[in-house]
Design a protein around this ligand. Structure first.
Ligand code: HEC
Length: 199
């Protein structure tokens, strides 16, 4: 028995030394062009998926976002459409670089990411709204996904989630129509602002 314990302990020490030598050697390739080997990929993605689930558990989803997510409403009420429009504004400004969107391509920076930023229309179909909220608020370490908690209030982040729930079923034409509505609204605001200064 004592002998077995001794062998196990010695093996562990040798493994630890090999691991430390590997880490110091610089042999592991951190290039985005060199995909992680399968088992390592599994370790990262399983750790990340379960971490999101664990930390998002218990987050209370606003009732209207829940209804949008369950398909119980299509978000046409005044309150829902202004929340979705606010979420769209953030999405169109800050997320398309990496995630693209209906009818949109990724930027050159987005194309170069490893791991790649997923299509969020699909993520919104697969993940519950509290998971989307948690990821947007906290980000995901060492992946390029920023956390927006330092710059955006919870209500702004819920607006982004509401937009993602709407984007699940959005055609490129509908997305383009929102872009047009948004830019004409912005130019109207700018004109009003400029005429304020003229008086
Ligand atoms: C600089 C690039 C970048 C930007 C900008 C960015 N993301 Fe991400 N995002 C990523 C990457 C990369 C991942 C994948 C992380 C991973 O593999 O765990 C990701 C993952 C996510 C996920 C999890 C999806 C899933 O299926 O697990 C959500 C939700 C998300 N991003 C939302 C957003 C929103 C909303 C914005 C804008 C407010 C945004 N992201 C901006 C790079 C980015």
């Amino acid at each position: 028995m004592k002998k077995t314990i001794g062998i196990v302990a010695a093996t562990l020490v040798v493994e630890l030394i090999v691991a430390v030598i590997f880490i110091w050697s610089g042999l592991y390739n951190v290039s985005t062009l060199s995909p992680d080997p399968g088992p390592l990929k599994w370790v990262f993605s399983t750790t990340s998926d379960n971490s999101v689930k664990h930390h998002a558990n218990g987050i209370i989803v606003p009732q209207n976002v829940k209804e949008l997510s369950d398909g119980k409403t299509s978000g046409n009420s005044q309150a829902d459409s202004s929340m979705i429009a606010e979420g769209f504004d953030h999405y169109n400004d800050m997320c398309v670089t990496c995630h693209a969107g209906p009818g949109l391509n990724k930027s050159e920076a987005g194309i170069g990411l490893y791991p790649q930023a997923p299509d969020l229309a699909r993520s919104a179909k697969e993940l519950p709204p509290q998971d989307l909220f948690w990821v947007i608020k906290n980000g995901v370490k060492s992946t390029g996904m920023p956390g927006f908690a330092k710059t955006h209030s919870d209500s702004k982040i819920w607006a982004m989630v509401a937009f993602l729930e709407k984007m699940k079923n959005m055609t490129p034409q509908q997305y383009a129509a929102m872009q047009n509505a948004n830019s004409s609204m912005k130019s109207m605001n700018m004109k009003m602002h400029m005429s304020d200064h003229e008086h």
